[in-house]
Design a protein around this ligand. Structure first.
Ligand code: GLP
Length: 274
């Protein structure tokens, strides 16, 4: 009689035990997922305009350089970073910061640029480097000869502490166009018609004058930065920003790769989401 009871309760016990294990695993996964999501959620700040973005983001650089004078900085080109660079010039001139011990790595550079004045090296020299105390030999740009050696150089310098990013209308960051591999290293890219058109404003408004190729940090390279700050101040970026904020990775909108990073700040002007 007692033996029978044992045999009757045994299967029930196993079913109950199995159900408890399943519930526990699912709950744990959900909790872990929530924690993961919580850790990876980017911080989004909406400010009035590009001037406010400039002042706020410049303060992040100021704080970093004061804490770590030999910081490794990742710079971007385009119109959006200009107010930040203007603030950094002011901060350097007034003695609030120094770039003397800093190193910088720019995101990207055109290939076969017909006019030296259109290169990103020239842009950075004009708008920042010539007006601050950074050592020129410590300002790096990717080279088409050995693109991947850029990743090695960044690593050797200790990795990027703070990476500034703009965003293209099609969601590109650096020159990583839609479809770029999320784990890519520095590589040569072919620019899309949308980017050629967007950047034509720097080339007499003629998309045909924009170089069709560039060398860019890869998405994998960018993800290695310790802190990433992405800025956008133009309504033409609305779609790309909306995709970024949906927290879904989407290979057709490269900036969404930032959802994989745990330390991202996004600064937007009110006009972007209007
Ligand atoms: C270029 C640069 C990007 C930059 C983008 C947006 O394509 N390669 O790094 O983010 O332009 O530029 P803007 O800030 O002018 O809108």
């Amino acid at each position: 009689m007692r033996e029978n009871e044992v045999w009757e309760t045994k299967p029930r016990f196993f079913v109950q035990f199995f159900a408890i294990v399943v519930v526990f695993v699912l709950a744990k996964r959900r909790i872990l997922y929530k924690i993961k999501l919580g850790l990876k959620t980017m911080r989004i700040t909406i400010l009035h305009d590009e001037k406010e973005i400039g002042a706020r983001v410049a303060e992040i650089f100021v704080r970093l350089l004061n804490e770590k004078p030999n910081a490794v900085l990742g710079f971007a080109t385009g119109s959006s970073p200009l107010p930040i660079y203007a603030e950094l010039v002011k901060a350097c001139r007034s003695g609030r910061i120094s770039f003397r011990e800093a190193t910088s790595f720019n995101l990207d550079e055109y290939l076969a640029c017909p006019d030296k004045k259109q290169t990103y090296r020239y842009f950075m020299d004009e708008n920042l480097f010539s007006q601050i105390d950074i050592r020129e030999s410590f300002t790096y740009f990717p080279s088409p000869k050995h693109p991947e050696s850029y990743d090695e150089a960044i690593e050797k310098a200790g990795g990027v502490d703070l990476q500034l990013l703009g965003i293209g209308r099609d969601g590109h960051i650096g020159f990583n166009e839609p479809g770029a591999a999320f784990d890519s290293k520095t590589h040569i890219v072919t620019l899309t018609p949308s980017t050629l058109e967007a950047n034509a404003r720097f080339f007499d408004d003629d998309p045909k004058k924009v170089p069709t190729k560039a060398v860019s940090m890869g998405l994998g390279t960018i993800l290695k930065a310790k802190h990433i700050v992405l800025i956008a101040d133009d309504p033409s970026k609305k779609e790309a920003i909306t995709k970024l904020m949906s927290h879904q990775e989407d290979i057709s909108s490269p900036a969404t790769v930032l959802n994989r990073h745990s330390n991202v700040d996004v600064f937007l002007s009110e006009s972007v989401l209007r």
